[in-house]
Design a protein around this ligand. Structure first.
Ligand code: PGA
Length: 251
């Protein structure tokens, strides 16, 4: 049995002071609940120190939204895996579709970052997903397969430590969710790909989250699908109640 994992991707929202308030709100609902779900919040970089403080004593883990693959050096504006680790970060979202589309991240770069994250002991949450145009031209399987094979190449046994997030780009921030059936179909494809890249056992270990307009009212049905092991939540993670409700739906 895979432990479900629900992560909040705050994107570029919440100042450090606001992060403290949101985390306190989430903790006031979720601390003490006996829910066997891994819960993660991923605030902006400058919030991480405050967030680590605010999460002390909680079962909720801290994640970042990006990092550089190199250990150090002349990369103005970037941060390394080790810097995140020393800030209390345990997870890092990599290759989010916004980073791919707006900042030109390639599968090769995501792969390098994934390797660096694993080497530092972080859990990478590696995002894949097709655009609307790709779906409508029946290229979903080809696009997602290429992203999985490229972004997760050559990880060996470490593949089992990765989390994959399937996020159809057309469902992100649009209010348009993939149906449970549509999502399950791609999740099953991803798991078959993972089995080809490693072993069936490793593929059965990897958690595959769904992301894209996941909300309290659709979360339970999505996460009831056999290959959907949690969610990567954008908009609905910015309010304590809706994020906590999604976590509860995973319990
Ligand atoms: P959304 O974003 O829940 O606001 O659609 C999900 C994501 O981009 O991770």
């Amino acid at each position: 049995m895979r432990t479900k994992i629900v992560a909040g991707n705050w994107k570029m929202n919440k100042t450090p002071a606001e992060a403290r308030v949101l985390i306190a709100g989430i903790r006031s609902i979720l601390d003490g609940t006996n829910c066997p779900v891994e819960v993660v919040v991923c605030p902006p970089l400058v919030d991480l120190t405050v967030a680590a403080e605010a999460l002390k004593g909680s079962f909720i883990g801290l994640g970042a939204q990006n990092m550089h693959a190199a250990a150090s050096g002349a990369y103005t504006g970037e941060v390394s895996a080790q810097m995140l680790v020393e800030t209390g970060v345990k997870y890092v979202i990599l290759g989010h579709s916004e980073r791919r589309a707006l900042f030109g991240e390639t599968d090769a770069q995501v792969n390098a970052k994934t390797k660096a994250a694993l080497a530092a002991g972080l859990v990478p949450i590696v995002c894949v997903g097709e655009t609307l145009e790709e779906r409508e031209s029946n290229r979903t399987d080809a696009v997602v397969t290429a992203q999985v094979m490229g972004s997760l190449a050559d990880l060996g046994a470490d593949l089992a430590r990765c989390v994959v997030a399937y996020e159809p780009v057309w469902a992100i921030g649009t209010g348009r969710t993939a149906t449970p059936g549509q999502a399950q179909e791609v999740h099953a494809l991803i798991r078959r790909m993972l089995a080809k890249m490693s072993t069936g056992q490793v593929a059965n270990t990897v958690r595959i989250q769904y992301g894209g307009s996941m909300k309290p009212d659709n979360a339970a049905e999505l996460m009831a699908q056999p290959d959907i092991d949690g969610g990567l939540i954008g908009g609905a993670s910015l309010k304590a109640e809706s994020f906590a409700d999604i976590v509860k739906a995973a319990c």
